[in-house]
Design a protein around this ligand. Structure first.
Ligand code: NAP
Length: 310
């Protein structure tokens, strides 16, 4: 197995990772960016991005990520589309091990993002692709003229529900409280859409169905009085938040109780000097493409200053 050394390695290819790469590459640090299994990250599973500044008519998520990748390439960033299997941050230079190669770096920028959260019901994972999904953009078209549901009350749940009305006959939005967490504009769009019906104060307690026929119905449990009822559905989309991709760094960096990497106030510095974290892996508050990109810029500037100080 070969070992290649880089001044800066960036792990993760969402807006945080690519922005860090653009800044580090423009600073002549010739970074390596390890993209993971899904180059472009979560935005590659969305459609129109309407709130990223600079695109008056919006831009498709995958297109935005391709632009960022090409921008980093233009300044000399190297890419590897592979998964990091292990890191060693206990000694310098830091070791980053993939299935194929071992890399070393003087500074490391972690931008590994977050993954969708599931309800943790017994057969939930086995029904993925057979009625259970976390990505309306990816799977919505499979549910033409069917009755389906979205679980959650945030912006993601509203966005998914609205998108799914393009295909489905009816979309239930199942939320555990009597009020949505989503922004007012998204709530208004949901409430105005005749294909969406709200199911308030309810949780999904059982998924009924099996491979290969798929989901047939769900059992809803009231969060007010525990009463149960059945709902016939062929598809259910989980939109209940995310889990940070920080498992690689457990026991090497300080994580909070939800697994997010802890960074110093107003900084991307982690508890190990020379290791910086940006984007959704350290942000449970804003989680926007633009805030991820902003923190990627901070991480690159901080890493550059750290390298100068060595
Ligand atoms: P979120 O805002 O954290 O909302 C998660 C939702 O899932 C909440 O309504 C929560 O219920 C519910 N939930 C969590 N765990 C649950 C469980 N075990 N069972 C049932 N329900 C559960 O997550 P998000 O919607 O993914 O949004 C994340 C961030 O991205 C937010 O800042 C959001 O504004 C942003 N975002 C913006 C856009 C946009 O601007 N177009 C689109 C998507 C996301 P409670 O409300 O009861 O806690």
């Amino acid at each position: 197995m070969t070992t290649k050394h880089f001044e800066i390695i960036i792990i993760g290819s969402g807006p945080a990772g690519y922005t860090a790469a653009i800044y580090a590459a423009r600073a002549n640090l010739a970074p390596l960016l390890i993209q993971g299994a899904m180059p472009g990250g979560q935005l590659t599973t969305t459609t129109e991005v309407e709130n990223y500044p600079g695109f008056v008519d919006g831009i498709l998520g995958p297109d935005l990520m391709l632009e960022m990748e090409n921008q980093a390439k233009r300044f000399g960033c190297t890419f590897q589309t592979t998964l990091v299997e292990k890191v060693d941050l206990l000694q310098r230079p830091y070791k980053i091990i993939t299935a194929e190669e071992t890399f070393t770096a003087d500074a490391l920028i972690i931008a590994t993002g977050a993954n969708p959260r599931y309800l943790d019901l017994p057969n939930e994972k086995s029904l993925i692709g057979f009625g259970v999904s976390t990505c309306a953009t990816c799977d919505g078209a499979f549910f033409r003229e069917q009755t389906i549901a979205v679980v959650g009350g945030g912006d993601s749940a509203c966005e998914e529900a609205l998108f799914l009305t393009r295909f489905a006959k009816k979309v239930y939005l199942i939320h555990r409280r009597d009020q949505l967490r989503a922004s007012k504009i998204m709530q208004d769009r949901v409430f105005k859409n005749p294909k969406i019906e709200m199911i308030w104060n309810s949780g999904v307690s059982e998924l009924i169905g099996e491979k290969p026929t798929g989901l047939q119905k769900v059992i809803l449990t009231s969060t007010l009085d525990n009463s149960k009822r059945e709902l016939e559905l062929t598809g259910i989309f989980m939109a209940i938040g995310h889990v940070p991709n920080s498992q690689l760094f457990q026991n090497q960096l300080d994580l909070d109780s939800d697994g997010y990497i802890i960074t110093a106030p107003d900084s991307t510095k982690t508890t190990v000097a020379g290791v910086f974290a940006c984007g959704d892996v350290r942000d449970k508050v804003y989680r926007q493409a633009i805030t991820a990109a902003g923190s990627g810029c901070m991480a690159a500037i901080e890493a550059e200053r750290y390298l100068e100080s060595l």
